[in-house]
Design a binder for this molecule. Structure first.
Ligand code: NDP
Ligand code: OXD
Length: 309
């Protein structure tokens, strides 16, 4: 029984160690040393090159190294009938909650302005509303969005979310579907995107959507670069429709050196590290699933290929 592993990050040693700890008899193979591909039953991958997963004839389960699976479903040669299990593990969720809370608080308290004032030695008190008077909107109320929403609600922000189906989360308003989007946007002063990237959500963060937000709203996108029309973000910042944006993800990653986002005074950039799967907790989760699979039990978090998330 072999598991082939692929990451873009230089943490392969940590993953190898973690799998050894949690399942000592697992034959862990790095992507560039696959050995006899007939042995490979499991793949745990991030952005595998197109078509390669199809070349493992006995592949039983594909585990996504990330919560998002667009990196797999964009492969037209993804082997049919092999279940794709997405990553849900507590440290990934925790990391995203930290990111969202950090940047919501920065936007809420207008921290960018304070830092700009400090650079110019300006003593200027900026008065901001209280948390209950601040309306925060989260697009996507799944594993990550719902957890962040609950923590923001515990800080007493006025939080609502938008999803495909309505949700019942104490202290969090719920909007859903195409009909719910307009009213949800109309109340969102700080908008957070935690949607999966699917054909329905591609370029959803565009000029039409920004026009439906209150003037001067701000945006945090920690989901995918494919959600954002980057020219429209720049235009909305220039017009004042958006007051600031925090972006963890981009249409092209790494963000090209000449991109106008880099030195835009109203843009905060992070390098797609809002949250990264933790090797110990991620390997533990995959090993639990391999054991379930061996016992013939159903696996949690199998992606519906039709929905794409
Ligand atoms: P989930 O699948 O748990 O949640 C997705 C949410 O989006 C659900 O609430 C779903 O609605 C909603 N949704 C999906 N499609 C639509 C649509 N067309 N209209 C309205 N709502 C929609 O995903 P996670 O919370 O685990 O992760 C979200 C995304 O975050 C990932 O797909 C990934 O791209 C990104 N991510 C980014 C990271 C980073 O470091 N930047 C780290 C980890 C993840 P419903 O509940 O009704 O089905
Ligand atoms: C993920 C990511 O999808 O890190 O988990 O982007």
């Amino acid at each position: 029984m072999a598991l082939i592993f692929r990451t873009e990050f230089a943490r392969i040693a940590a993953w190898r160690e973690a799998f050894k700890r949690h399942m000592p008899d697992l034959d862990f193979r790095a992507w560039d040393e696959p050995g006899d591909v007939a042995d490979i039953e499991f793949a745990m991958v991030w952005k595998p090159p197109r078509g390669v997963l199809r070349s493992f004839p006995n592949l039983k389960v594909i585990f996504s190294l990330g919560a998002g699976v667009d990196h797999l479903f964009s492969d037209p040669e993804l082997p049919e009938g092999v279940p794709v299990v997405r990553m849900i593990e507590p440290e990934l969720t925790r990391g995203m909650t930290e990111y969202v809370v950090l940047h919501v608080l920065r936007h809420h308290r207008r921290q960018r302005e304070m830092e700009a004032n400090q650079r110019e030695r300006k003593w200027r008190q900026v008065i901001t509303p209280t948390a209950p008077a601040r309306k925060v909107g989260i697009m996507g109320l799944g594993e990550l969005g719902a957890t962040a929403a609950k923590v923001l609600a515990a800080l007493e922000f006025d939080v609502a979310g938008w999803s495909r189906m309505g949700k019942d989360i104490p202290g969090v308003g719920s909007f859903h579907g195409a009909g719910g989007l307009g009213p949800f946007l109309a109340r969102s002063e700080i908008l957070i995107c935690l949607l999966p990237l699917t054909p329905d959500t591609e370029k959803i963060l565009n000029a039409d959507l920004f026009a439906k937000l209150p003037k001067g709203a701000s945006l945090i996108n920690a989901a995918r670069g494919g959600h954002q029309a980057e020219e429209d973000i720049l235009a909305a910042l220039d017009s004042g429709q958006l007051s600031e944006v925090t972006l963890d993800v981009f249409q092209t990653e790494p963000l090209p050196a000449g991109h106008p986002f880099w030195d835009h005074p109203k843009v905060t950039i992070t390098p797609h590290n809002a949250s990264i799967t933790d090797p110990d907790s991620g390997a533990r989760r995959v090993v639990e699933n391999i054991r379930r699979f061996r016992r013939g039990e159903p696996l949690p978090n199998i992606v519906d290929p039709k929905a794409g998330y």
